[in-house]
Design a protein around this ligand. Structure first.
Ligand SMILES: *Cc1c(COP(=O)(O)O)cnc(C)c1O
Length: 381
């Protein structure tokens, strides 16, 4: 199957008992057994598996060209389940401008459990390789990053991780499998905040891990089952429903994202626009090689004045864009990184990685582009 068919049919089948075309929401915690240890079907207790979650997990595996998908209560629950296969003394090398919540989990939770983290600019492959030692177990890559849209070359990084026999995990939340497939590029694990583009309607929180290797899939399922951060059946249904239009939504997100980036680039009040589709983006070459089919709907920008007041006044004037955390829904959202998504970092930490006080992050939705540009124009005026 090709990708657009997979979003609708990948890993799916009609329900056998009734012929229901759409996956039912199996709102049950447990399943009947005929005799002790002999369940009626394939299911026993829903922490281990629930048919609605299984349908979503099969869809996820199909989309990312993996063999196993696992669905969690949030993106961070998915990352947490992965971190729990590590042991005290292990080392992790991660992207230096990570999603704030991932950075917080690494430095405020797992560092205290004896795991050591190194943060590095993933475009500096020599630096990355120089940090690898016998204790290194995992390289964690986010591409594009939030909110500065920096890219990492997954194929090149995977050559290094394979050479040293360590795992490579990619947070594919911004890219989605519509734009890039990390497992095909050599990564071992894909992570998603399915709260964003996969769900796509800002009405559910969910997370995912997807792998190619069966043994690694078993290990991660054990972590999911043994520690319990699973996604419920109703939420599994909502993500599965969202995925069925992923390709349609992403196509429009990319079209609108590009037009918004071009508009902002030509606006006199705007200093810098961060969008991998722009030719002047420092990682545009990697983007063209790695992001097939478009550059996504996330666009960040800063003001010529450099003033936080200008950003605040812009947010207050928006009418079509909603000022809110999160991203990846059908509706356009605007976010102030310094006070919202990246408030868990100190101002010094933020400035060090380039998140200035005037930085605006837009999640460009699938509305009519004329309305979006008009809104930006009046808010920038
Ligand atoms: C939102 C987000 C996460 C965390 O996911 P939750 O579903 O909020 O737990 C991780 N990575 C990226 C890139 C995100 O945008």
């Amino acid at each position: 199957m090709k990708f657009n068919t997979k979003t609708i049919h990948g890993g799916q089948h009609y329900e056998k008992e009734t012929g229901s075309v759409m996956t039912p929401i199996f709102q049950t915690s447990t399943f009947a057994q005929i005799s002790p240890g002999k369940p009626v079907g394939d299911y026993e207790y829903a922490r281990s598996a629930n048919p609605t979650r299984t349908a979503l997990e099969n869809s996820l595996a199909s989309l990312e060209n993996g063999t196993r998908g696992l669905a969690f209560a949030s993106g961070l629950a998915a990352t947490d389940a992965l971190m729990k296969i590590l042991k005290p003394g292990d080392e992790v090398i991660a992207t230096d401008n990570l999603y704030g919540g991932t950075y917080r989990m690494f430095t405020k939770v797992y560092q205290d459990f004896g795991i050591k983290f190194h943060f590095v600019d993933m475009t500096d492959l020599e630096k990355l390789e120089s940090l690898i030692n016998k204790k290194t177990k995992l390289v964690w890559v986010e591409t594009p990053t939030n909110p500065l849209m920096k890219l990492a070359d997954i194929a090149e990084i995977s050559k290094i991780t394979k050479k040293h026999n360590i795992l490579l995990a990619v947070d594919n939340t911004f890219g989605t499998p519509y734009l890039q497939k990390p497992l095909d590029l050599g990564a071992d694990i894909v992570m998603h905040s399915a709260t964003k583009y996969l769900g796509g309607h800002s009405d559910v929180m969910a997370g995912a891990l997807i792998v190619k290797d069966k043994e690694l899939g078993e290990k991660l399922h054990f972590s999911q089952f043994a520690t319990g951060g699973i996604l419920g059946p109703m939420d599994s249904f909502l993500v599965l429903r969202g995925i069925k239009t992923l390709h349609l939504r992403m196509q429009r997100h990319c079209e609108n994202g590009m037009k918004v980036a071009e508009y902002l680039s030509s606006h006199p009040a705007v200093k810098k626009v961060y969008y991998p589709g722009l030719e002047n983006h420092p990682n545009h070459k990697i983007a063209k090689k790695q992001m097939i089919g478009g550059f996504g709907g996330m666009v960040s920008f800063s003001f010529n004045s450099g003033k936080m007041e200008d950003a605040i006044s812009f947010f207050e004037k928006l009418k079509v864009f909603t000022l809110a955390e999160s991203l990846g829904g059908v509706e356009s959202l605007a976010n102030h990184s310094a006070t919202m998504t990246h408030a868990s970092l100190t101002r010094e930490e933020r400035l060090e990685i380039g998140i200035t006080d005037d930085l605006v992050r837009l999640s460009v939705g699938v509305e009519d582009i004329e309305d979006l540009l008009e809104d930006l124009k009046q808010a920038l005026a």
